[in-house]
Ligand binder design. Structure first.
Ligand code: XUL
Length: 570
């Protein structure tokens, strides 16, 4: 055998199963994917990866499809010539919150998998339920109401578990499963998340739930580092708690190390080394923050159809409108996450009200307006600052109905906030981008501080990394820098659309190569990361004077949201 050790990362998302193989120096060696619609649309009757039952708001995926996809993605990896025998460690990610219900046959079937048959041939009888509820499921409003009330308030639930109740969070899904399909619940021997489900196949045993992904369930007591007894009682009834504890299993507090060696199935069928270890798999958002050495105070802003703001932080300041999750590798740190529904689509709607550009760049006029409009559209002394909310879809951060609102206030101190009429699409272009960034600044302001080496600067993120479609747009990068700052600048992070799988592969490397439990992910990966290959500086970030102007209206922005919430609560 020649060459050094390799590490394999997976990502089991809604639409694909991706695999990526890296070397110890982080170089990508091989990649493969299964696209659920392209490969299985007819067989599993799915569209965009899922089946739906609109009457009940259910969105779910056939577990058999996931099982089958594992064999297919490995076959493709082999076909591409990947030297799988050199793989020393496997980890990966799964869409957060999704759950798999195993029956009593699962553990023994996983243990005796034989390389001569497919996984599906040997595992089709091990599920108590043929489907995994998807993160887009919204069938659990009643259960959410019960979760939000159970500890006294949404805030108390967020304090305990990192988040208020959300339809997709697994605790509410399990409670609904027990009420709506009691026969499934009672046949269930173990419950996995998508991440621990995938790890289980490789381990040949049910893998424990991961320490970061467990915080997407509304069931884990973050401070106490244990299951929340009161919420287990809500989910299972008081008498049912011991049984539910068995179904959920124990959660190791360390996101690193090995869960055990790879199942002999993969050794026999694909030629993996029996030495290959399986490290804990995590959620896709936690894996995204592992696709680079994201330092404390660094933020990732994902600008897709929706927007996500992720930050690595040692502070824990939960609130019902956002999420704190355990950091996947660093004990005592958290992943702070804002998940907006409105993002790229909302910006497109404003763009389409502007005259159509003559050239091929659909964003030409929009960007021109954004760059030519001064911050808050304050052109001269005494002009009012413009603020707006643009939600073509009902928003969750904050919980506001669909609609558009425009306000003005004093640019000097935010006073005199008042609703106003339409000021036209020219101003909207800058105001919508500012509004999206102001919302992120408002909610992350208590988590940031001045950079250690520049204590004279105002509190702000260190670096801001942009990902997703909107990251290609220089005008958006400029406004993100103006509003959010970024003491070390704004960067475009390009890891080839595979951030979660890559984060999984980096996690496997760290989990197995770390010197001891104290060698942090950032340090180990940071030493090997060739940042010039992955990132590009797209904006200076912090601009003295400009950043402070947004600070003066942040209170008014919050007040505007509060007033709109009063009349347009979802
Ligand atoms: C996060 C969430 C989604 C899924 C996507 O809370 O539900 O981002 O993780 O796969």
């Amino acid at each position: 055998m020649s060459g050094g050790p390799l590490y394999l990362g997976f990502d089991l998302s809604t639409q694909q199963l991706k695999a990526i193989v890296i070397a110890s120096d982080l170089k990508v060696i091989s990649e493969a994917k299964v696209d659920f619609d392209a490969d299985y649309a007819t067989k599993y009757k799915i569209t965009k990866g899922v089946q739906t039952n609109e009457d009940e708001g259910e969105v779910y995926q056939p577990v058999a499809m996931w099982v089958e996809a594992v064999d297919l993605v490995l076959t493709r990896l082999k076909e591409k010539g990947c030297p799988v025998e050199r793989i020393r460690g496997i980890s990966g990610s799964g869409q957060q919150h999704s759950s798999v219900y195993w029956n009593e046959h699962a553990e023994s079937a996983l243990k005796k998998l034989e390389g001569g048959k497919t996984l599906l041939d040997q595992l089709s009888h091990v599920f108590a339920y043929d489907f995994a509820p998807n993160w887009q499921d919204h069938s659990t409003q009643t259960e959410c109401d019960h979760f939000d009330a159970h500890l006294g308030s949404k805030q108390k639930l967020a304090d305990a578990t990192g988040s208020a109740a959300h339809h997709r969070f697994t605790g509410t899904q399990i409670l609904r499963m027990r009420r709506r399909r009691p026969e499934v619940y009672s046949k269930t021997a173990r419950i996995s998340l998508a991440s621990s489900f995938l790890a289980s196949l490789f381990l040949g045993a049910i893998a424990p739930i991961d320490i970061s992904d467990v915080t997407g369930m509304n069931l884990w007591d973050i401070a106490g580092e244990k299951w929340n007894e009161t919420l287990l009682e809500l989910t299972a009834t008081k008498e049912g708690v011991p049984e539910l504890r068995k179904k959920l299993g124990d959660v190791p507090l360390d996101g690193g190390g090995s869960l055990g060696g790879i199942s002999s199935y993969f050794v026999q069928r694909y030629g993996f080394s029996p030495e290959c270890q399986v490290a804990p798999f995590t959620g896709d958002n936690p894996a995204t923050i592992l696709s680079l050495p994201l330092r404390p105070l660094d933020a990732i802003v994902s600008l897709g159809t929706s927007s996500t703001f992720l930050m690595n932080t040692p502070s824990y300041k939960p609130d019902p409108s956002y999420h704190f999750m355990n950091h996947p590798t660093t004990k005592g740190h958290f992943m702070f996450m804002l998940c907006y529904k409105n993002g790229g689509l909302a910006r497109e709607k404003v763009r389409d009200k502007l005259p159509k550009p003559s050239g091929s760049d659909a964003w030409e006029n929009f960007n021109k307006q954004v760059l030519e409009t001064p911050p808050l559209d304050v052109r001269k002394e005494g002009d009012k600052a413009k603020l707006g909310l643009y939600f073509p879809m009902p928003e969750i951060v904050p919980n506001i109905k669909a609609g558009t609102w425009r306000y003005t206030c004093s640019a000097a101190d935010g006073s005199g906030l008042a609703e106003t009429g339409d000021w036209g699409p020219d101003a909207d272009a800058r105001v919508i981008v500012e509004s999206q960034a102001l919302s992120m600044r408002l909610r992350s302001q208590k988590l940031v501080s001045s950079p250690n080496d520049r204590l004279h600067l105002p509190a702000q993120p260190r670096r801001i990394y942009l990902v997703g479609g909107g990251s290609l747009n220089p005008a958006i990068a400029r406004v993100v820098g103006d509003v959010l700052g970024g003491a070390d600048g704004v960067y475009k992070l390009d890891v080839g659309g595979n951030a979660c799988a890559l984060g999984g592969a980096y996690k496997a490397l760290w989990a197995l190569e770390r010197r001891d439990a104290d060698e942090s992910f950032d340090d180990l990966i940071g030493q090997r990361w060739r940042e010039e290959e992955a990132i590009q500086k797209v904006d200076d970030g912090f601009r003295d004077g400009v950043f402070q102007r947004y600070g003066k209206v942040l209170g008014a922005f919050e007040e505007m949201e509060r007033r709109i919430l009063e009349v347009a609560h979802n």
